[in-house]
Design a protein around this ligand. Structure first.
Ligand code: PGA
Length: 250
């Protein structure tokens, strides 16, 4: 009942000229996808990605957004700026932002509120580090990260949010959570949402898995009942690989 959503996270890769090439390679390969297809590109590639995907089934997202509406925040980009361009999605709280750029659960919440208020769909990233999993804190941590991120949204707004469960130890490492591990932790996230916001909201919100998802492991992961899609880093930079992930059900 939930439409799967496969999103590429290009991270800091591809100049505008390179983005144009990749998008045009991708277009014919993903045009019959049953999943919602999103590419989250660097800010400077947004214009190109929006222009080149016009009239296609590919949606465009950014990789971050500032939480203030406007003002003296040199180097930052507001939700209204993205919205006016035609951007539909935005990744919030990616572990690389948490690790390298001081992102906290509090700022993830502020960015989420700003994005939703402007009409963008946030893809909120949560997930544990290796030592946190080993210490047995995974469930408590993802629950806490999720509920703080959603704090202040209405039930209707939460239904439209996308959550990406990305175990930090699986990102860019080639290590993937097992199908069962990913399914179980996503189930924990869904239960936490259900306890606070009720079953209807929890059953509607889409929760992706992310962390070395690729053409080889996508089928097994997507066969799990709790997993509604993927946030794809490395494998989203090559059109054939990304299209195989997008077309996992074919
Ligand atoms: P990866 O990245 O697929 O390269 O592991 C996923 C992500 O960071 O969103």
């Amino acid at each position: 009942m939930r439409t799967p959503i496969i999103a590429g996270n290009w991270k800091m890769n591809k100049t505008p000229a390179e983005a144009k090439v990749l998008v045009n390679e991708l277009k014919p390969l993903v045009k019959d996808a049953n999943a919602t297809v999103v590419i989250c590109v660097p800010y400077v590639d947004l214009c190109t990605a929006l222009k080149e995907t016009e009239g296609t089934n590919i949606h465009v997202g950014a990789q971050n957004v500032h939480f203030m509406e406007s003002g003296a925040y040199t180097g930052e980009i507001s939700a209204a700026m993205l919205k006016e361009m035609g951007v539909e999605y935005v990744i919030i709280g990616h572990s690389e932002r948490r690790q390298y750029f001081g992102e906290t659960d509090a700022t993830v919440n502020l960015r989420t509120l700003a994005a939703v208020k402007a009409g963008l769909t946030p893809i909120i990233c949560v997930g544990e580090r290796k030592e946190e999993r080993e210490a047995g804190y995974t469930n408590a941590l993802v629950e806490y990260q999720t509920l703080i991120a959603l704090n202040g949204l209405t039930d209707e707004e939460i239904k439209n949010v996308v959550i990406a469960y990305e175990p930090v130890w699986a990102i860019g490492t080639g290590l993937t959570a097992t199908d069962e591990q990913a399914n179980e932790t996503i189930g924990v996230i869904r239960e936490a949402i259900q306890r606070k916001y009720g079953k209807e909201v929890a059953d509607t919100v889409r929760i992706q898995y992310g962390g070395s998802m690729n053409p080889k492991n996508v089928k097994g992961l997507m066969a799990q009942p709790e997993i509604d899609g993927g946030l794809i880093g490395g494998a989203s930079l090559k059109a054939p690989d990304f299209s195989l992930v997008v077309n996992y059900d074919k």
